[in-house]
Structure formats: C-alpha cells, structure tokens
Design a protein around this ligand. Structure first.
Ligand code: HEM
Length: 218
C-alpha cells in the first residue's frame, strides 16, 4: 500500500489510528465484562474478541501506510508479523469456539440455533480455510499455474470477506441477550458501533490496496 500525501493521507491516517483505538478499547471492554476464567462461557466472548477485534485487525493494519506502528519495516518483516498475528487470532478463535460448543454441550442445549451461532460457525470455518489457503503464499510452488501476484490478490479479497464475517459475528455476539443484559441499551449502541466502524475502515483500506495492485499489474 502506498502512502498518499495531503488531506486524503491525513484522513486515512486518522481512520487507521481510530481503528487501533476502537478495537483495543472494545477488546478491553469485553474482557472486563466477560471476566475470563470466571466460567467456561466467559472464555468465549473474551477469546473471540481477542481473535477478531484485536489480532486480526492488527494483522491487517500492519500493511497500512497510514498510522501503522510498522510502516518503516521492510515488506518481508510486515508479512511475517502479519502471519504470526493471524496464527494467534486463529488459535484464539479455535479455543473460543471449543469453549462455547463444550459449554452448550454440558448445558444440554441445542447447537447453532441462533443467527449469531450460525454466522459464528461459518466464520470459524472460513477463517480455517483462509489460513490453510494462505500457506500457498509462503510456498507458491504448491499451487501450479497461479502467479504469486494473483495468489496475493485472491488472498486479500477472501481475507476481506473473512474479516467482514468476523465483524458481523461480533456484532451479533454483542446483540445477544447475555451482552445486552450486561451493559444496557445505551452502552450497547456504543459497543455495537465498534465492529461496524472497524469493518468499514478495513474494507476501505483493503479495497484501496487491491485496486492499486491491480492498476500496477495491468
Ligand atoms: C467473531 C466472533 C465470534 C464468533 C465466531 C462466535 C461464534 C459462536 C458460535 C459458533 C456459537 C454457537 C455455539 C453452539 O451453538 O454450539 C456462539 C454462541 C454464543 N456467543 Fe459467540 N462468537 C463470537 C463472538 C461473541 C461475542 C463477542 C459475544 C458476546 C459479547 C458472544 C456471545 C455468544 C453467546 C451468548 C452465545 C450463546 C447463544 C447462542 O448460541 O447464540 N459471541 N458464538
């Protein structure tokens, strides 16, 4: 991603910094409310928020030319940091998923009966597939007939879709009875804005980078 000068560059830098802040504050808020370790359920909102709001957002923003802590790093180091953060996110998402499924199993409740549960299941599966497919970026020879540039473009487009699914699942998660009862209506409006806002900023950043790469290659 190339940095643009002037008002446009400053606006994008401000949006990136706001996203760092919003996602970190959102993660802290859910951690405080869920009190990880207080019950088996408490690990679910905590780990899922850590995975999608913190690790995955930071993993994408590593490449941002505006407002990233690592913009001076060589591209190779940013790539490494990106996959380390994504692996941490994947590990948290897998543990958070196991926690809620086992918790429901112990309570004798039916699985994947709500919109949040269904979207969450799809999100976790898509994240797993996206991470598996990303191995081809480290070993491009695994995929015959596809250039690295093409693989990177598909990875960015699929990654954006995965991130939006994660944002959607978080939004539905904070709309659950458990969460709305914990924080009340006004705080819900403020909290629910967090995944929506970060999804919008990431969408604009990734689609800009995607278009810039396509222009360069054509
Ligand atoms: C992207 C993040 C998230 C994903 C992928 C996700 C995934 C899931 C899945 C798959 C289930 C259903 C498990 C089953 O039926 O066996 C579930 C249930 C649940 N989740 Fe999440 N979750 C996420 C974030 C959150 C957050 C942030 C909260 C709370 C603030 C939350 C609260 C709940 C609650 C209360 C349930 C039980 C009720 C239900 O099944 O809808 N989740 N989640």
């Amino acid at each position: 991603m190339d940095a643009q000068p002037g008002t446009y560059g400053y606006t994008r830098a401000a949006c990136t910094i706001l996203t760092h802040l919003v996602c970190t504050i959102f993660t802290i808020l859910i951690t405080v409310l869920s009190r990880p370790g207080s019950s088996l359920f408490s690990w679910h909102p905590f780990l899922m928020t850590l995975a999608f709001s913190f690790f995955m957002t930071e993993a994408i923003l590593v490449f941002s030319p505006h407002g990233s802590h690592f913009r001076m790093f060589p591209h190779k180091s940013k790539g490494r940091l990106h996959w380390v953060l994504q692996c941490l996110g994947l590990a948290c998402a897998a543990l958070g998923f196991v926690a809620i499924v086992y918790n429901k199993h112990l309570a004798g409740k039916a699985h994947f009966t709500s919109w949040h549960g269904l979207t969450g299941l799809v999100t976790v599966c898509v994240v797993g597939i996206q991470c598996l497919a990303a191995v081809s970026l480290i070993y491009p020879s695994l995929v015959k007939g596809w250039s690295l540039a093409k693989l990177k473009r598909y990875h960015a487009a699929a990654g954006l879709l995965t991130y939006l699914l994660g944002g959607g699942s978080l939004f539905l998660g904070v709309s659950s009875v458990w969460f709305t009862a914990s924080v009340g209506e006004l705080a819900w409006y403020l909290t629910a804005l967090c995944p929506v806002l970060s999804s919008l900023v990431i969408m604009s950043q990734v689609s800009n980078a995607y278009m810039a790469k396509k222009r360069l290659q054509s």
